[in-house]
Design a protein. Structure first.
Length: 125
């Protein structure tokens, strides 16, 4: 997971992944979309290959690069754990607030005739 996280930390590599999400491309086609040198794009592609996010395929004399989103699933699952925990924390905080309000409202409400107040014990005659 660390290798994938390091690979997607760079904005150029994230943009390359976006490009490859739509279609397979050659290194030259990828390089033409960036204001950086072709060797720099090649280094970015090497990092993406080594992390498993990109695979290359030789077709004739051209090498095509394809996105493999599988390594991103582990990071997505890891991030989802935090989102789920935050969601539960908010829900439990809201529940605690409602329990407190209900308890406070019941304590401050005068007893209705024929019923016992929450803090009094029923007595029989």
């Amino acid at each position: 997971m660390d290798e994938v996280a390091a690979a997607i930390a760079d904005p150029v590599r994230r943009e390359i992944l976006r490009l490859l999400r739509a279609e397979q491309l050659t290194a030259g086609a990828i390089a033409s979309r960036f204001p950086i040198s072709r060797p720099a794009v090649s280094r970015h592609l090497r990092v993406l290959r080594e992390s498993g996010l990109v695979h290359d395929e030789l077709v004739g004399r051209e090498r095509y690069y394809n996105l493999d989103p599988a390594p991103l699933r582990e990071i997505a699952d890891w991030i989802a754990e935090f989102a789920a925990a935050e969601s539960w924390e908010r829900r439990l905080d809201a529940l605690e607030t409602e329990v407190f309000r209900t308890w406070r409202d019941r304590r401050s409400r005068p007893a209705e005739p024929g019923t016992n107040a929450p803090d009094t014990k029923e007595t029989t005659a």
